[in-house]
Design a protein around this ligand. Structure first.
Ligand code: ING
Length: 313
């Protein structure tokens, strides 16, 4: 008997800077109900799904930045989403800005959680690959200050046994790095869920603006195929405060084929039946790590160039 997860990708359209969380949560609940009606038992929301993509703004005042963060999860504003999920028996993946105290200091992470069908948090991930820049760069038409507002994630790339599957997460820029998928693939992940906020315009290289949709799908499809797992990529799409964010959210099969894609730039759900056993099957054939992989030659992946680990991770 196959283990089928009926998955909805819940793409969200623009969230304006002053849109209250109650409004975005109401939009998410509406999409959850639509997804349930279409048979879904798992729904994936975008990165930083509760607010506008605030790293596009330079904010001098830390309190202004912290206003975009959740100090607890569930919070009063998100509790209705957890309640609805438990009522409908639908699991979900939610991206949000996490403000927490850890190792005696306040930490800021770009975070995602998997919540099971009883409304309980089954897993947490903190974005490892932070794109953008640390300082205000006025030459840009909009900022991309993730390196200023977040710390790199300190949880690695965990996978979680939940909802009768092996489930993993990543967030936005993580999807462009093959290490992300492989770290979960080696843990036999069957489905990887992720959200993204991807501006069409890339100020450092405007000549690649025309390739943003292609690079998005190239990354997601390669990750799925090369690790024999399902990949669900969900956009925050449309024009937020003058900044166009790409859409084309997709559900990708372990073969790398796109099985469903959105066709608007607003709130839109797509649904697919994901047979999780197809991932396990791929692991026995082409991606049989013990039989085909040669780690003795891969040392540079860990010892090669990259950011040093922070002292107090
Ligand atoms: N956004 C973008 C992403 O990786 C980006 C940043 C855009 C990097 C285009 C490279 C090219 O999709 C986030 N939030 O990571």
């Amino acid at each position: 008997m196959s283990r089928i997860a009926t998955v909805a990708a819940a793409q969200m359209g623009p969230i304006e800077k002053d849109e209250p969380r109650q409004s975005t949560v109401a939009r998410m609940i509406s999409m959850m109900r639509q997804a349930k009606e279409r048979g879904a038992d798992l729904i994936v929301y975008p990165e930083l799904a509760l607010t506008t993509f605030f790293p596009r703004y330079w904010m001098e005042n830390e309190a202004d930045v912290d206003a975009f963060f959740e100090k607890e999860m569930p919070s009063p504003a998100t509790q209705p989403l957890f309640d609805e999920a438990a009522k409908l028996g639908v699991g979900f993946n939610l991206g949000y800005a996490e403000l927490t105290e850890e190792n005696g200091r306040i930490r800021h992470f770009n975070t995602a959680i998997i919540v099971d069908r009883e409304g309980k948090i089954a897993g947490k991930y903190r974005k490892v690959h932070l794109p953008g820049h640390h300082e205000h760069e006025p030459w840009r038409p909009f900022q991309h200050l993730e390196k200023a507002y977040f710390e790199p994630g300190n949880l690695g790339f965990p996978v979680f046994n939940t909802m009768d599957g092996i489930m993993g997460m990543c967030i936005c820029n993580d999807r462009r790095w093959p290490e992300t998928y492989r770290c979960m693939g080696l843990q036999d992940v069957e489905i990887i869920m992720l959200g993204y906020n991807t501006p069409r315009h890339f100020p450092q290289a405007p000549e690649v603006d025309r390739l943003q949709d292609f690079h998005n799908h190239l990354s997601l499809q390669a990750g799925a195929y090369q690790n024999g797992c399902w990949v669900v990529g969900v956009a925050k799409a449309g024009v937020e405060d003058g900044c166009e964010l790409i859409g084309q959210s997709v559900i990708v099969a372990p073969t790398g084929e796109i099985v469903a894609m959105t066709s608007t730039m607003g709130d839109e759900i797509i649904v697919a039946e994901c047979d999780l056993d197809r991932a396990a099957k791929a692991r026995k054939a082409r991606w049989n790590w013990e039989y085909n992989r040669e780690p003795r030659h891969y040392g540079i992946l860990v010892d090669g160039p990259g950011r040093p680990a922070p002292a107090d991770d």
